[in-house]
Design a protein around this ligand. Sequence first.
Ligand SMILES: [Zn+2]
Length: 227
Amino acid sequence: MNILIFGPPGSGKSTHSRTIVERYDLTYISSGDMIRAEISAGTELGKEMKRYIEGGDLIPDTVVNTLIISRLRRHRRNFIIDGYPRTAEQVLALENYLYDHGLNIDVALEIFISKEETIERISGRRICPKCGAVYHLKYKPPKVPGKCDVCGSELVQRDDDRVELISKRYDLYVRNMEPIIKFYKKQGLYVKVDGHGGISEVWERIRPLLDYIRARESPAQRPPGSP
Ligand SMILES: [Zn+2]
């Protein structure tokens, strides 16, 4: 089972990806995690990407493609890709790779939330500058308002978690993803899941679909008693 997962900021896609990875035994390929890992490892590719980020530029498609495709080569099948492809060039590179290796995507899953929901989820985030603990004013408040439960430090809001910037990131996501979503819609692979509500509520909207795909690909592995 090969999955693409998308979602606006705060959609919970990384949380659900982790659940999916465990339940279906998939390899998790996150473009964001891989970029951060390359940069902190100080590889040639990492240094190159750091220059783009520090200059305020997007990392070029060719660099992102190299990163993701080289990871795919090591794992071949049973993967979930988070945050890729994001441009038409990236779709092309992925499609070429899949075609050359006789692979296909089973589902392109978008966990969708409204802009208001994105703003509420992200603008409520507070982090501890000292130990890195993450809180949410509504969903995960600290025991003492404004103070870290772990180390007692004063909690802060990250600069890019401010409302104007969240709103901008959301619009950018919607604009960038429009052609990508259109492409996967045409292929009959796009599924939009309502991402509003609690984590387990949203998960119950995702699980039946993925259980179905898994059962379809390996009938012998169906649990006894299932149709
Ligand atoms: Zn702390």
